[in-house]
Design a protein around this ligand. Structure first.
Ligand SMILES: [Ca+2]
Ligand SMILES: [Ca+2]
Ligand SMILES: [Ca+2]
Length: 152
């Protein structure tokens, strides 16, 4: 019988899966989204595990495999609907929590008016294309041509 290289069991990648989950990497890729940082930045650096500045196919696939391993609660190597739902719900919750923590700059577990004000400040300045402190049809219309975030 020809000796084939043994397929690494999914369990091996569970540690990576946890790290990837925390970084939000696998989900971002799986969803086809690149986040606000664009296709570069922390996400790609996280993928480049051998640090050579390129994402090899194996590096690209690793988070997907890891995500499957993480989501495959009964360990049968397949993703059932219930497993996928649980996994995605958990990811969503983590993302919301991370977002909340980012906004909660004093870390007291609640958002004050000043902290919430930062959200609207940020949205406003994104929309205010010419930076004059007012939103005009020109700001918003002009922006829409170049940016996709208006769809959100
Ligand atoms: Ca690499
Ligand atoms: Ca399964
Ligand atoms: Ca706070």
């Amino acid at each position: 019988m020809p000796k084939l290289p043994a397929r690494p069991p999914f369990k091996v990648t569970l540690g990576i899966a946890a790290a990837v989950l925390l970084a939000g990497t696998a989900g971002a890729i799986a969803a086809g989204g690149m986040g606000h940082g664009g296709p570069r930045g922390p996400m790609l650096r996280a993928l480049d595990t051998n640090d050579d500045g390129r994402i090899e196919r194996a590096e690209f696939d690793a988070p997907h495999k890891a995500a499957l391993a993480e989501a495959d609660a009964n360990g049968n190597g397949m993703l059932e609907l219930a497993e996928a739902e649980t996994y995605m719900a958990a990811r969503k919750r983590m993302r919301r929590e991370a977002y909340f923590k980012r906004l909660d700059s004093d870390g007291d577990g609640s958002l004050s008016e000043a902290e919430m004000r930062k959200i609207s400040d940020r949205r406003f300045s994104r929309l205010d294309a010419d930076g004059d402190g007012e939103l005009t049809v020109g700001d918003i219309g002009g922006r829409r041509k170049h940016r996709r975030h208006m769809r959100r």
